[in-house]
Each structure stands twice: as structure tokens, then as C-alpha cells.
Design a protein around this ligand. Structure first.
Ligand SMILES: [Zn+2]
Length: 260
């Protein structure tokens, strides 16, 4: 065999190896379970009950959402590569001047990060909390302006709640209530719809142990856990978070913020 022919065969073999590798990577990726958040599903299989909120409506923020038109991707995709044990914590209905700082304190204590799905009316009232959340390495998602059930609004009202809310690449519809029109508006606003995999029902205040047990029983790799830093007394949420972060960390989990 001539040296030239050997080199050609060698190159072809290398190319085949590279292609094979790429194919394997593609297969590996497609074999991974898709987070239900991206698909818009929920393991609970039903629309969660309304989250009680005691905050009175305030003037919506005037900052326009400048993300419109940007490509939308799964905000967890870049963070779940390989076999890395990750769980995504998320906090809805804030920011709240009492409970958001306490959640941030617990996250920091455990070297954890989270995504805060904020209401525009609260964000406008407490802009410093938004800055503190971001400064700590967390991310912010939009949870609309006033927490309405978007599927029951007129097109104009729905558009306003989605387009004029907190600036983000991620949007979580209140009560998880969505439909093709809601999803189309979220997409048109340059955002990805993000739901959750695990709902420990912290908003119902079932007790610290019940919240922690629910999370420890149901949370698996790549799951999104739904909790609340607004909408009422969140003492149980804060205590349960402290408990589960310690236990999950001992199991090898890390807690990145979603790419929002
Ligand atoms: Zn909510």
C-alpha cells in the first residue's frame, strides 16, 4: 500500500470516527428525557390551584420587553449536559421585601442558584430586589404583571400581561394555565414557556417537613421545582428549602439558575 493511499484511508477512518461520535452524541441527547417544562407539561397532570396573593395591584412597569424577536431555546438545555446531577429551583409571585431576601440567604448558604418568576407589579414596587437577585447569580423570569389566568383574558389584555411584564427570556403563566394563544404570545415576545416538574404545594403551608418530603420524594435529575417567595407568609418555604438543599447537595446535586 502506498503511503499516500494509507494516508487517505487513515483520514477516512478518522472522519468516520468523528461522524460516529457525533451520531452517538445526537442519539445520547435525544435519549435524554425532555424536561416537561419545555414541553409545557406537568407531572401533576392538572392545572394547579390558584396561588393566594395578598399584594394589591400596582402600576405596571413601563420598561418594554426588548427580548422580542430573539430565538427561543429551552432555558435548561445548556445546563444539563452529560450526567451532571442538577435540579432547578424556581420561586414565583415575588419579589417580596420580607421573603425574597430570606430565600436568597438560604441559596447563598448552600452555594445554590435559582430562577425567580416575578410579577411586574411587584418588580416595579421593589426594583432593588430584582438587582440583588441578579447580583447573587440568579436569574429572573416573567410571571406576568398581575397574575391573571391568561387563558381567560381578551387578546389585548393577554398581550399586555405577556409583552409588558418583567424582562426575561423565560415566561411562566400564572396557575400554569396556557393554551395555543398564550404560547404564541409568549413566543412572539421572545420568551420560552417554563412550567415545572415538582410542585411541593408550599403555597398551601402544609408544614416544613411535608414540603421537604415532597421535594425529596419527587425531584430527580434535571427537574424544575416550583416554590414561592411571594404571595404570603413563606416561612415554611424558606425552612424547607434550607433542609432539601443540604440533603440534595449531599447526594451530589448542584443547583444552577435557568438561562433566562
Ligand atoms: Zn404564581
Amino acid at each position: 500500500m502506498s503511503r499516500k493511499l494509507a494516508a487517505v484511508i487513515g483520514t477516512a477512518a478518522a472522519a468516520a470516527l468523528v461522524l460516529g461520535g457525533l451520531f452517538a452524541v445526537a442519539l445520547g441527547r435525544s435519549a435524554q428525557p425532555t424536561p416537561t417544562a419545555a414541553a409545557g407539561g406537568s407531572t401533576t397532570g392538572s392545572v394547579p390551584p390558584p396561588t393566594p396573593t395578598s399584594t394589591p395591584p400596582t402600576t405596571p412597569p413601563t420598561t418594554p420587553n426588548t427580548n422580542a424577536g430573539k430565538p427561543v431555546a429551552d432555558p435548561t438545555a445548556s445546563l444539563v449536559t452529560g450526567n451532571k446531577k442538577v435540579i432547578f429551583f424556581s420561586f414565583d409571585d415575588g419579589p417580596d421585601p420580607v421573603w425574597t431576601p430570606r430565600v436568597l440567604q438560604v441559596l447563598k448558604k448552600h452555594g445554590a442558584h435559582a430562577t425567580f418568576f416575578q410579577l411586574g407589579r411587584n418588580q416595579a414596587q421593589y426594583p432593588a430586589l430584582r438587582d440583588q437577585i441578579l447580583a447573587d447569580g440568579n436569574t429572573i423570569g416573567s410571571h406576568s404583571i398581575n397574575h391573571p389566568q391568561l387563558t381567560k383574558l381578551s387578546a389585548a389584555e393577554r398581550h399586555h400581561e405577556i409583552f409588558d411584564g418583567p424582562q426575561s427570556k423565560c415566561f411562566r403563566p400564572p396557575y400554569g394555565a396556557s393554551n395555543p394563544k398564550v404560547r404564541a404570545d409568549i413566543k412572539a415576545a421572545g420568551m420560552a414557556q417554563v412550567l415545572w416538574d415538582v410542585d411541593p404545594r408550599d403555597w398551601a403551608k402544609p408544614g416544613v417537613n411535608a414540603i421537604a418530603h415532597n421535594i425529596m420524594t419527587h425531584a430527580h435529575r434535571r427537574n424544575i421545582v416550583l416554590m414561592h417567595d411571594g404571595g404570603g407568609d413563606r416561612a415554611q418555604t424558606v425552612a424547607a428549602l434550607d433542609k432539601v438543599l443540604g440533603q440534595l447537595k449531599a447526594q451530589g446535586y448542584s443547583f444552577p439558575a435557568m438561562d433566562c
